[in-house]
Design a protein around this ligand. Structure first.
Ligand code: IMP
Ligand code: MG
Length: 186
């Protein structure tokens, strides 16, 4: 039977096997970089980062905490990030003196991450790094340094594996490219 997402899917961009093997590599790299470092805190940016966080965390053998923060940019349509960002839900744990690794689904313009990173750096973490599953480099409007990148992708609208198409299909095990014009009535 046809799945509901199929009519919105142009093509599978990154299948489950590629996602999982790359996430295992990132985990190994993070284990090496943070070995013996003290308190590591993985901070997931909701909602898109949630699948990535849960898979990545299970590859990280360094003892670590997890926490969540929700941020959104507003004043623009679903496929466009505006320059204004707000924190919709703040994290619970105290960042001070912890090694914070921000875990994000995708970096597009960079506005969301720039704001989140600035907010966190004011709270005096021991270190602050960024891990993004997907990176749309050509769309960048603000300069941010990304320490760990899963995949560099072209400027195409993608969904699945945490990323939504009008709040749907975050549960898919792959990252797919959306067809161009039918985002509205999923
Ligand atoms: P930025 O502030 O422009 O970097 O936008 C980042 C946020 O926009 C991400 O965390 C996503 O929530 C959303 N976003 C950007 N590109 C896509 C996409 O291709 N699919 C789904 N969400 C996206
Ligand atoms: Mg996100």
């Amino acid at each position: 039977m046809a799945q509901a997402y199929e009519k919105y899917l142009q093509e599978v961009l990154i299948d489950e096997a590629r996602l999982q093997s790359r996430i295992a590599q990132l985990g190994a790299q993070i284990n090496a970089d943070y070995a013996g470092c003290g308190d590591l805190l993985l901070l997931c940016v909701l909602k898109g980062g949630v699948m990535f966080l849960s898979d990545l965390s299970r590859h990280i053998t360094v003892p670590h905490m997890i926490d969540f923060m929700a941020a959104s940019s507003y004043g623009a349509g679903a496929r466009q990030s505006a320059g204004s960002v707000r924190i919709d839900m703040d994290m619970r744990l105290d960042v001070k003196n912890k090694h914070v690794l921000v875990v994000e689904d995708i970096i597009d313009s960079g506005y969301t991450l720039a704001f989140v990173l600035k907010t966190l750096s004011n709270r005096e973490p021991a270190s602050l790094k960024l891990c993004a599953l997907l990176n749309k480099r050509s769309r960048r409007e603000v300069d941010i340094e990304v320490d760990y990148i899963g995949f560099d992708i072209e400027n195409r609208f993608v969904f699945g594996y945490g990323l939504d198409l009008d709040e749907r299909f975050r549960n898919l095990r792959f990252v797919g490219v959306a067809k161009t014009d039918d985002i509205a009535d999923a």
